[in-house]
Design a binder for this molecule. Structure first.
Ligand code: NAP
Ligand code: G4F
Length: 348
């Protein structure tokens, strides 16, 4: 029997890698997409003809019930979210509606339509926030530091609650930061790799960043989606930390990224107060012992390989023959500016 999986957030970074992975496993893949005035399928264009894309929104319970009823997936991967921490400070209610309550809407729709559907929730290391132990594991107390982190804590606990209350096979993957050339341009790693490519091409000379001291446990998104799938193949649902176990600062990421094209980061990086956050998560590093021992999962990509892969890909993007470099750079810069709280306040 062909297994059927529904992915919410299929147009995002993880959704695209997970869709590729599940197709490779022989799944029929259904992707939930929300209505938008422009097409957002860039990351899944190469596999779109092998996917069934259906309309739905985490803000609309009826759409979730109807699409589950019509397509009857065996597994649901809830990757959709307002996922950018900075935006959660300026849009805390939207973040709560989508990233927190959206999980309940989907879990409840599963309970109504077919409680035997297996469920994956995209939880986050951002829940550890102001960390109370190092490294962080499944039992580390949570101390979120942003409306996004608070919303993810809700999503995590409602997943546990539906597991315990209604016997739903609902698992929570507590994933540490994972990146790729498909990462959104507003996240720091892609902002750096894209900035390096633009500087190397002579399109600009500076890259404006916030807190260079923040430390993250950065892995490759393509490695992490396999852990999501493995969680749903277990007899019992559970919570799993997924991480590399290494931590690096934003400054180290800059050093490696600029070094890849023979540049010195300190000649180009400018500290800009606008990119600091009202409350920061200073240090994340995960202990993925449980994922190693129960799931047999291990990351395959090193930090250096990840940085090099992202820089190489962006150097290529900037050289893309179908897009003028100036156009690519302009698009990237516009995109980032609209996400700044100051830009929103000024009505830009
Ligand atoms: P992403 O690239 O920002 O993708 C987010 C996805 O959610 C997009 O497909 C977006 O659709 C969709 N979405 C947003 N609001 C929606 C709504 N109301 N209804 C339906 N879909 C909606 O995020 P990602 O990096 O792939 O991350 C995937 C998930 O893992 C997210 O839940 C994120 O919070 C979580 N997570 C990520 C990381 C990480 O390091 N990447 C770490 C831990 C947890 P549009 O294309 O239409 O905007
Ligand atoms: O790349 P970031 O925006 O990712 P952040 O906040 O760690 O969140 C990501 O990882 C979470 C998992 O822990 C996910 F749940 C979440 O959805 C998202 O994928 O920022 C990383 C660090 C922060 O400390 C930030 O202050 O980089 C610092 N930073 C310094 N300058 C910057 C910048 N971040 C951004 N986005 N832009 C800057 O200019």
């Amino acid at each position: 029997m062909t297994r059927r999986a529904l992915i919410t957030g299929i147009t995002g970074q993880d959704g695209s890698y997970l869709a590729e992975f599940l197709l490779g496993q022989g799944y029929e893949v259904i992707g939930m997409v929300r209505r938008s005035s422009t097409v957002t399928f860039e990351r899944i264009a190469h596999i779109q003809d092998r996917l069934t894309l259906v309309a739905g929104d985490l803000l609309d319970e009826i759409s979730l019930i109807e699409l589950l009823d019509r397509h009857r997936p065996h597994e649901v991967y809830n990757l959709a979210a307002q996922s950018f921490v900075q935006t959660s400070f300026s849009q805390p209610v939207l973040t709560g509606e989508t990233t927190a309550l959206g999980v309940t809407r989907l879990l409840h729709a599963i309970r109504i339509v077919d409680p035997s559907i297996r469920f994956y929730q995209a939880s986050s290391s951002e829940m550890f926030g102001k960390v109370v132990e190092v490294p962080q594991s499944e039992t580390t107390p949570l101390y979120p530091r942003s409306p996004y982190g608070v919303a993810k804590v809700y999503g995590h606990w409602i997943t546990v609650n539906y597991r315990e209350s209604y016997d739903i096979h609902a698992s929570s993957g507590i994933l540490f930061n994972h990146e790729s050339p498909r990462r959104g341009l507003e996240f720091v790693t892609r902002k750096i790799s894209n900035g390096v490519a633009r500087i190397a091409a002579g399109l600009t000379d500076e890259l404006r960043l916030g807190n260079l001291d923040a430390q993250r446990d950065w892995g490759f998104a393509g490695d992490y989606v396999e852990a999501m799938w493995l969680m749903l193949q277990q007899d019992e649902p559970g919570n799993y930390v997924v991480s590399t176990g290494e931590t690096h600062s934003v400054r180290e990421f800059c050093e490696l990224a600029f070094g890849r094209v023979g540049l010195d980061w300190s000649d180009h990086v400018v500290i800009d107060e606008r990119f600091f956050r009202p409350a920061e998560v200073d240090l994340l590093v995960g202990d993925a012992t449980r994922a190693h021992s129960v799931l047999g999962w291990k990351p395959a990509t090193s930090f250096t390989d990840l940085v090099h892969r992202m820089v190489d890909a962006d150097v290529e993007v900037v050289r893309r023959p179908d897009l003028e470099p100036e156009e690519a750079a302009h698009l990237a810069a516009c995109h980032e500016d609209t996400l700044l709280p100051q830009a929103e306040e000024a009505g830009k």
